[in-house]
Design a protein around this ligand. Structure first.
Ligand SMILES: NC(=O)c1ccc[n+]([C@@H]2O[C@H](COP(=O)([O-])OP(=O)(O)OC[C@H]3O[C@@H](n4cnc5c(N)ncnc54)[C@H](OP(=O)(O)O)[C@@H]3O)[C@@H](O)[C@H]2O)c1
Length: 341
């Protein structure tokens, strides 16, 4: 055994609705010795993302469920601390899907491991946020599914989060009117004043339909769907002829006790006449362009063109509460867990 002890948060039992005490648990075990071709990575930052909640259910979505006893899935920024590989040196910084744990061992042939090309003005953890998977999701979903044209109105929900942040700021760069939807006056003010959206509607203020209509006087050409539920229902009557709806996720349903009974954006959109162009997409559709798109986003972060915010929980012990809070909008910007320097 190596000198290292790993701490991991594993799935103890499948949550029914919101995560309860006992659903996830912290376990400790020694890190095993490396075999030829393997590396040991020390997690520095852990990304908390909404998709992790559906993966705790016993239903096959676009990815397999997490097994009982397995570490919760997740992408991290990590430093290679031991290497028996020619491909990775001790000290290399990578993003990889190590899961909710402090150390991970993987072969140098593992997929979805990328060396970070450090850039001045781009903090490491940004490679988990606006310059990482969520940023690429916002960028690719808007540019390649939404296909914005100058002058169009783009609405995005969960606007202050990392996906929404990139969608709105990219829409502005493309010459569109960017309208956010977010929970509460502070987030809405930030989205307009800091991120530069043209308007942001507080869906918790009790006047969603009217406020959205007022923010979109020319209707909606692209609705970038992140949340589902009441927001989708309010957007639907405002969609213009020729509107496109990239369906990225619907976080309002992720804690549902019975996901099969949820009204999804597909139900709402298919009931319209005409049915707007809409499809679910996955960021991995553009996996072969990972480095190129990460580079575009990192450059925009470095130049200050992409602004963003983050909420940081300290240590693995605080990851579960931070994750539960994120699904209810307690995060302001990208939710991260800082593990080590
Ligand atoms: N398809 C893909 O490949 C892909 C990849 C990455 C992410 N995604 C999806 O992108 C979406 C945004 O991800 P993110 O990482 O940027 O998350 P995020 O915005 O940081 O966090 C989720 C946000 O959802 C909002 N929310 C929660 N419950 C809601 C409700 N009932 N109604 C309206 N809003 C609600 C909250 O913001 P408020 O306080 O503003 O309500 C919360 O902060 C998620 O649906 C995620 O699953 C998809």
């Amino acid at each position: 055994m190596s000198d290292y002890t790993n701490r991991a948060i594993v799935l103890n039992q499948r949550p029914q609705g919101e995560i309860q005490d006992g659903d996830l648990k912290l376990v400790e075990k020694p890190v095993r010795d490396l075999k030829e071709g393997e590396v040991l990575a020390r997690t520095l930052w852990l990304s908390l993302d909404p998709y992790m909640r559906p993966r705790m259910n016993d239903s096959k979505g676009y990815m397999d469920p997490i097994g009982i006893g397995e570490a919760i899935v997740g992408e991290v920024v990590a430093r290679i601390v031991e290497s028996k590989s020619d491909k990775y040196n001790v000290g290399d910084l990578v993003t990889c899907y190590a899961g909710w744990q402090e150390y991970s061992v993987f072969p140098d042939t593992a997929d979805m491991v990328y060396k970070i090309q450090e850039k001045a003005g781009v903090p490491l953890q940004a490679y988990l946020g606006v310059a990482g998977m969520p940023g690429r999701t916002g960028y690719c979903g808007l540019m390649y599914v939404g296909e914005p044209k100058a002058g169009e109105t783009v609405v995005v929900s969960a606007a202050s989060g990392p996906v929404g942040t990139v969608v709105g700021q990219t829409a502005k760069k493309e010459g569109c009117r960017a309208v956010g939807v977010a929970g509460g006056p502070d987030k809405c003010r930030y989205v307009v004043e800091e991120l530069g959206f043209d308007a942001c509607v507080d869906y918790k203020a009790g006047n969603l339909e009217e406020d959205l209509k007022a923010a979109c006087p020319d209707g909606i050409d692209i609705y970038f769907e992140n949340v589902g539920g009441a927001v989708t229902r309010a957007v639907a009557p405002l969609l213009n002829e020729g509107a496109r709806v990239p369906i990225c996720g619907y976080v309002s349903a992720y804690n549902a006790e019975d996901p099969t009974k949820v009204e999804t954006p597909f139900h709402v959109l298919k009931a319209l006449n005409p049915v707007p162009e809409h499809r679910f997409f996955l960021v991995t559709e553009w996996q072969d362009r990972h480095q190129e798109i990460t580079g575009i986003l990192a450059d925009r972060v470095a130049s200050g063109e992409i602004k963003y915010r983050e909420t940081v929980a300290e240590g693995l012990d605080n990851a579960v509460e931070a994750f539960k809070g994120m699904l209810k909008g307690k995060n302001f910007g990208k939710q991260l867990v800082h593990i080590a320097d």
